[in-house]
Write a protein that binds this ligand. Structure first.
Ligand SMILES: C[S@@+](CC[C@H](N)C(=O)[O-])C[C@H]1O[C@@H](n2cnc3c(N)ncnc32)[C@H](O)[C@@H]1O
Length: 328
């Protein structure tokens, strides 16, 4: 049995018997005016963060959402798009698609603005999306891609294929929005090879730099790290480890743009502040720092400015919270 079958079994059961503690951490419910979320959708929140950020959303967009779960994020995204088929949600597990449809019907009963036709739920797979090239403004997935195996060590290359599919369906400059667990050090083989733990979003994830590198390699030239925080501890007693291993959740938005000649721009919440004697400092590479006004900078620019060694230039460390604007 391939690990895909194990994954589908896990989510077939999760569709039939909602389990609030299935794979991910409990999350605070967010209030959005005029959006009522049926409680079953919260119970079936099988994500580890969020992919719904108002700054990505405008009406009339087309969103591709991969791995529908109980339909929570499909509903939240449809809140912004509000037109038939505005959100296409793809899932290979029939039971999950069925329960998401039922949940969206329930949502329609308590939200005047919502019609279930706003979410087009399709049978399909992240590795071969049932969607034409270049149609999506936003492509999103929450807590699915960490399950996929990578090329090389693990052999399958499913993660690379899933990212290539997201790149294919996005319009130029479109946004790939993802939330996934990451590991603070490599996860040992005895856990990575455990298909059930992998399906439960516990043992398949990559380290931070490797996760970002996969996104860059898929053709996304600019990435925003919007959040990074503890997700779960793999403790040594239960997981057969020498030391406890912390997993984190990372939320990213990656843009379907080419990387600059000197490499991708990765924003991690770093700022540069100029406090010298002039009104502004111009590094001659397109970055103008107005005195006393913090400028969000990508890691590449942060490194270059830091290397100038100027006392009137301060570059702050990553906050893992990027709130827009910036150098590139
Ligand atoms: C961890 S759950 C996340 C559900 C949802 N994104 C959420 O945040 O609640 C993974 C979801 O991906 C679906 N899934 C499993 N394998 C898949 C695949 N190869 N392609 C697309 N979806 C898949 C599962 O049925 C399930 O709905």
């Amino acid at each position: 049995m391939s690990y895909h079958s194990t994954v589908q079994d896990v989510y077939r059961k999760a569709a039939e018997t909602p389990d609030a503690s299935l794979c991910c951490v409990p999350q605070t419910q967010r209030y959005v005016p005029g959006l009522v979320i049926p409680s079953i959708m919260h119970q079936m929140n099988y994500g580890c963060g969020t992919t719904v950020h108002s700054q990505d959303m405008t009406a009339d967009q087309r969103v591709i959402y991969v791995g529908v779960g109980g339909g929570l994020e499909a509903l939240q995204l449809a809140y912004f798009t509000r037109h038939p088929g505005g959100v296409i949600a793809v899932d290979p597990v029939a039971e999950m698609r069925d329960v998401a449809r039922v949940n969206l019907e329930k949502a329609a009963e308590v939200n005047d603005w919502f019609d279930p036709s706003f979410v087009d739920i399709r049978d399909g797979d992240a590795l071969n999306l049932p969607v034409d090239d270049g149609v999506a403004d936003v492509a999103a997935q929450n807590c699915l891609f960490n399950i996929f195996k990578t090329a090389g060590d693990e052999g399958d290359g499913d993660l690379e294929q899933a990212l290539a599919e997201m790149h294919r369906v996005l319009k130029p400059a479109g946004r790939l929005v993802m939330s996934d667990p990451i590991a603070t050090r490599p996860i040992p083989a005895h856990l990575r090879d455990d298909e059930v733990l992998r399906a439960l979003c516990i043992s398949g994830c990559l380290e931070y730099h490797d996760y970002l590198a996969k996104i860059v390699d898929a053709g996304f030239g600019s990435i925003e790290v919007r959040s990074r925080r503890p997700y779960r501890m793999l403790d040594r007693a239960r997981y057969g480890l020498d030391e406890d291993l912390l997993l984190e959740t990372v939320e990213v938005c990656a843009y379907h743009v080419a990387a600059a000649d000197d490499g991708p721009c990765i924003f991690t919440g770093r700022y540069a502040i100029y406090t010298g004697g002039e009104e502004a400092f111009d590094d001659g590479l397109g970055h103008v720092l107005v005195r006393d006004i913090p400028l969000p900078v990508c890691d590449k620019t942060a490194g270059a400015l830091g290397r100038l060694g100027r006392e009137d230039l301060t570059v702050s460390p990553s906050t893992w919270h990027y709130a827009g604007g910036g150098c590139c």
